[in-house]
Design a protein around this ligand. Structure first.
Ligand code: 0RA
Length: 638
């Protein structure tokens, strides 16, 4: 009797926990959108990664099935299935239905744990229409099925496992009544990127990713851990020296760092804490950066590469061309917030600085050629920064003057209230002409840009600032640039990039996004930046005209017409210039009909990364990139 009362009390408590997740998914997985949907996958995979970190798992198999159910299978120890001593139910049921139980329950847990939100797989279970967990352990295969978090029956044995064969296989279907925004579905690229990162920072684990929806698969295994990561990031860049790598444990904290300079102008530095990509950095990142700057300064002084009169290199000087990863495994990581993008443990900064500093210092001593190349790079970068600062000041001062006189190419609108106005940035003069004629001049302004700004190969963005097209853009927007940004001055509530749906269009859009991301980030943060969506096709049938915005939509309509489709005429728009002003207005500019994509900071950051590749030295990867992405330019997957 006592036992069953206890059981009931426990179950009620458990289910209340999961109901809370279902009521407020935002609190647990960050929302109900595409990002949150992907978090579900990460949350499940994180558990298997934890097994790998514990040295108990070498292989993780992730499958997105055709019906968008997801299976994650590992060869770890298997979730324990025996009866939990306090809760009197199977440990498996406890793990799947108790928040925070994760892998850490039962004392003998892990040294380190990722678990993005710390709520573990139970949150995924709560947000799944159904979820089945199969555990191989103790020579048997066990199974339990859940629906919306509720166990359908106790754990049952469904077969035999080979001796010593252990592992966990979780299959779930996200609950469409929770994730109900549009037709949400997993993105291969987003997932594979994340799995690649996980494999890099969890050395020795093989991650096999299969997408059955598209017959796509990928395997990630990196012998060299983050050393391989650095080589991967630099695969299209000219490196200045072989990578430096250090791995050391201090006070129970695993520290790994890999560093390699290239001739690039930008930096690629990533930090991880317990395999989580801490995109806002934190103490591990700060420790690494200050170690590098200090060691390079010491070396340059000692070897008279910096003269007495020269100032020390700043952090900015030592980051140009830097590719580096720092990854820590901490038993008790402190993160800034729920979303865990910044590591806060203060001791980590000291330890990373020590470990990376010592290693990098020895590296420079032992590799004088590398040391020379790195210092030379820092010198160039410091001088270029100085020159760029002067050039930029000039541009800013000039554009401040010019802001009285708006650029000649701008066809401004008559409305002055910026809450009501829009600026279309249009690629090419001919499309610019159509847009000028087609617009509603009361609130829509047009600024045509020539494709020319793209040809600044390997352009430093500073150089682009001197470009006339860009200057026109800066003064048209009226909010200045860089450090002196003033959003109050923004002359348009919406700034809309309108480019062709082809390679050049995607190229110019990447450039503009990168430009805004680096020099006018607030424009994006405050939600002012958009991308226009012109149609790809015009389909005319029996005097009826339809505009179609994707290939899928086109296929669907042609299918719908059936035999009649022979009588229809289909026009593919290769560029905006092929539309007459009325068509452009109807399909792309008229607020009643058009679709605009709001640019998020993440989109822009992605474009920024792409920009590095597009503008880099290596021609082949660039060509390949443009070709493979040319077909998809309609999505914002740049
Ligand atoms: C609790 C304890 C142990 C392993 C696990 C959980 C575990 C959880 C997951 C989730 C996905 N894959 C997993 N693999 C293992 C340790 C059990 C032991 O000491 O044998």
């Amino acid at each position: 009797m006592a036992q069953s009362a206890n059981y009931d009390a426990t179950s009620i408590q458990v289910l209340e926990g999961l109901e809370a997740v279902r009521r407020r998914p935002g609190m647990y997985v960050g929302g109900t959108d595409l990002k949150a949907l992907h978090h579900l996958v990460y949350e499940v995979v994180d558990n298997s990664i934890d097994e790998a970190l514990a040295g108990a798992c070498t292989r993780i198999e992730i499958t997105i099935h055709a019906d968008s159910t997801v299976t994650v299978e590992d060869n770890g120890r298997g979730i324990p299935v025996d009866i939990h001593p306090e809760k009197k139910i199977s440990a498996l049921t406890v793990v799947m239905t108790t928040l925070h139980a994760g892998g850490k329950f039962g004392g003998g847990g892990y040294k380190v744990s990722g678990g993005l939100h710390g709520v573990g797989v139970s949150a995924v279970n709560a947000l799944s229409e159904w979820c089945e967990v199969e555990v191989k352990r103790g020579g048997q295969v066990h199974l339990q099925r859940f629906e919306r978090g509720y166990p359908k029956e106790p754990v049952k044995v469904i077969g035999k496992a080979r001796e010593n064969e252990t592992g966990t296989k979780t299959t779930y279907k996200f609950d469409p009544t929770i994730f109900k925004e549009g037709n949400l579905d997993y993105r291969f690229d987003t997932l594979s990127q994340r799995f690649r990162e996980m494999a890099f920072v969890t050395r020795g684990v093989t991650i096999h990713f299969v997408d059955e929806r598209a017959n796509h698969e990928m395997t990630f295994y990196f012998e060299g851990g983050i050393n391989s990561f650095v080589r991967y990031l630099n695969r299209n860049r000219e490196t200045l020296h072989p990578a430096m790598y250090i791995e050391k444990t201090v006070e129970g904290i695993g520290i790994e760092a890999a560093v390699q300079y290239t001739d690039a102008f930008t930096e690629s530095v990533y930090s991880f804490a317990n395999t989580i990509n801490t995109i806002d950095g934190g103490t591990h990142m700060t420790g690494l950066r200050s170690a590098l700057t200090r060691v390079i300064n010491d070396y340059a002084r000692k070897n008279s590469l910096l003269k007495d009169a020269d100032p020390n290199f700043t952090g900015d000087d030592t980051r140009e061309g830097l590719t580096a990863i720092v990854s820590v495994k901490h038993p008790d990581p402190q993160f800034e917030s729920q979303t865990k993008v910044k590591l806060m443990n203060p001791e980590v900064q000291t330890y990373v600085q020590q470990v990376a500093g010592e290693a990098f210092s020895s590296f420079l001593e032992e590799n004088p050629q590398a040391a020379k190349a790195i210092v030379a790079k820092c010198l160039t970068s410091s001088r270029a920064r100085d020159a760029a600062r002067k050039a930029r000041d000039l541009v800013i001062r000039k554009s401040a003057l010019e802001s009285m006189t708006l650029p000649g190419k701008l066809a401004d609108c008559s409305e002055r209230d910026s809450h009501k106005t829009e600026l279309y940035i249009v690629e090419g003069d001919s499309a610019g002409g159509s847009a000028k004629q087609g617009r509603d001049r009361h609130f829509q302004a047009i600024l045509p840009l020539r494709g020319k700004i793209l040809n600044t190969e390997r352009a430093r963005l500073d150089k682009i600032l001197g470009n006339n097209e860009v200057k026109a853009l800066i003064s048209a927007l009226g909010m200045g640039i860089g450090d002196s940004l003033d959003v109050e001055g923004l002359r348009y509530g919406r700034v809309i990039i309108m480019t062709d749906a082809d390679v050049d269009g995607s190229h110019i859009r990447t450039l503009l996004l990168t430009f805004f991301f680096r020099y006018m980030p607030q424009l994006i943060e405050d939600g002012h930046l958009y991308i226009a969506q012109p149609p790809l096709y015009r389909l005319e049938h029996k005097k009826q005209v339809r505009y179609l915005y994707s290939d899928t939509e086109k296929e669907a309509h042609i299918k719908e017409l059936g035999k009649d489709s022979e009588k229809a005429s289909l026009q593919r728009y290769k560029g905006l210039g092929e539309m007459n002003p009325e068509q452009l207005w109807e399909t792309t500019m008229n607020p009643e009909n058009r679709t605009l994509l709001l640019v998020t900071v993440e989109d822009a950051a992605e474009a920024d990364r792409t920009f590095d590749m597009l503008m880099g030295d290596a021609v082949d990867p660039r060509r390949k990139f443009i070709q493979t992405h040319a077909k998809k330019v309609r999505n914002l997957d740049i």
